[in-house]
Design a protein around this ligand. Structure first.
Ligand SMILES: *Cc1c(COP(=O)(O)O)cnc(C)c1O
Length: 388
């Protein structure tokens, strides 16, 4: 493995001439690569990519911040950073079972922009824009402004719904990316949510610290920490995304007392090897980020070239469990097609289980037996666990 993948490398100007405003997030947003000409100014595209870019205008917009663009390896068409943000012709392919709303979110919206799937928590889509667009975006139908639908979040109705539902104790701000909003706009939302007594827990799902670490200013952190308990889920897929700038941004968030989790998506040619994932999760711990979920790639339209087998995900978890820090091992999940929510998928360590004992294997394949309590009188679920 390339040693630079486990090291923190600074990706200050590479493709760009050094610009005094490089560290300003507004400059980064203004100078995003969003067109074919913009891409070709910096990178030699393959025919499959060029065709993909032309397609992007009607499916999911192209946008890459200069910061993230600089991580692309110039001479490697298979670069894992490149695969995540540069469109490809395969996005135009429709393969069986693919959907525009694979997690069935639209059907779980009691009011526009608020998804209420689980009993005690709600997902609040507060914007349809991101700093850069992931080609496998599960919400590409509404995100970036060029897809088949538009997101019309009704903020007033959403707040009223949350007020009227005391069972909701956890609200997750997502989108798009909530950190794209200005500090004032975001603070307005957090303040309003905090005024609802039964909402105990707030979290923000964001890839901004990775695409646009400059956005994580001390002022933003000072604002966020007024709304604790506030947690954050970031989204890193490959160890090279964890640059010095990203590590420092995550450090500022952690210093503001924000517990950080990471959600990765398992992607073919990006992170579908145990070696890459181990590097990633260990590097995340160094950034004070706890790997939270590893997602099987949703059945989003035009994602066949990025999806892997479920078995690959299970293999990766098996290669992590026991072989690295327990905190570094994420939960592998499939967001059930059609709207079942996240379902954990685990390697099987229990080989046999009956009323008397559990027979299991450990991480490196040795077999162990644990006797069940004798005549405990407890109702047993072991019959369900018997292998068929
Ligand atoms: C993922 C998700 C949540 C949060 O789930 P956790 O398992 O608590 O992280 C909530 N609502 C929806 C619709 C989701 O997709």
């Amino acid at each position: 493995m390339d040693p630079s993948e486990s090291e923190f490398v600074s990706h200050a100007p590479g493709y760009w001439e050094a610009d005094p405003q490089w560290g300003d997030w507004r400059w980064q947003m203004k100078h995003r690569v969003t067109t074919l000409a913009g891409l070709e100014r910096h990178l030699e595209l393959t025919a499959a990519e060029r065709a993909g870019v032309l397609l992007a205008g009607t499916k999911l917009a192209l946008a890459v911040t200069p910061h993230y663009f600089n991580l692309i390896e110039r001479d490697n068409p298979g670069c894992p950073i490149r695969r995540q943000v540069i469109p490809r012709i395969e996005e135009g392919w429709d393969t069986p079972y693919e959907m525009s709303d694979p997690c069935g979110e639209d059907a779980a919206m009691p009011v526009p922009g608020l998804v209420h799937r689980y009993p005690d928590r709600a997902l609040f889509l507060v914007t349809d824009r991101c700093a850069s667009y992931c080609r496998y975006c599960t919400r590409s139908r509404v995100v970036s402004g060029v897809g088949e639908q538009e997101l019309h979040t009704d903020f007033e109705q959403a707040f009223q719904y949350l007020e009227k539902h005391p069972e909701i104790r956890d609200v997750l701000l997502s989108g798009g990316d909530a950190l794209i909003l200005s500090d004032d706009r975001l603070e307005g939302l957090l303040k309003r949510l905090r005024a609802i007594r039964h909402i105990q827990f707030l979290r923000i799902g964001t890839r901004v610290p990775i695409f646009l670490p400059q956005r994580v200013t001390p002022q933003l952190c000072d604002m966020l920490k007024k709304y604790h308990p506030l947690w954050m889920s970031v989204h890193v897929n490959h160890p090279r995304e964890l640059t010095v700038e990203v590590r420092d941004a995550l450090g500022r968030l952690a210093d503001a007392g924000i517990p950080l989790g990471n959600q990765s998506v398992l992607l073919a040619g990006v992170n579908d090897s145990a070696e890459t994932m181990k590097d990633l999760v260990q590097k995340l711990l160094m950034c004070r980020v706890r790997p939270y979920y590893l997602y099987q790639c949703d059945l989003i339209r035009g994602s066949s070239h990025l999806r892997t087998s479920v078995a690959r995900g299970v293999e990766i978890i098996e290669a992590l469990r026991g072989f690295t820090t327990g905190y570094a091992v994420p939960q592998f999940v499939i967001d059930a097609p059609g709207g079942g929510g996240k379902v954990p998928v685990n390697p099987s360590y229990v080989i046999y289980h009956d009323k008397e004992k559990v027979v299991m294997r450990n991480y490196d394949g040795k077999i162990f037996e644990y006797p069940e309590p004798v005549a405990s009188g407890e109702p047993s679920r072991c019959d369900e666990l018997l292998p068929v």
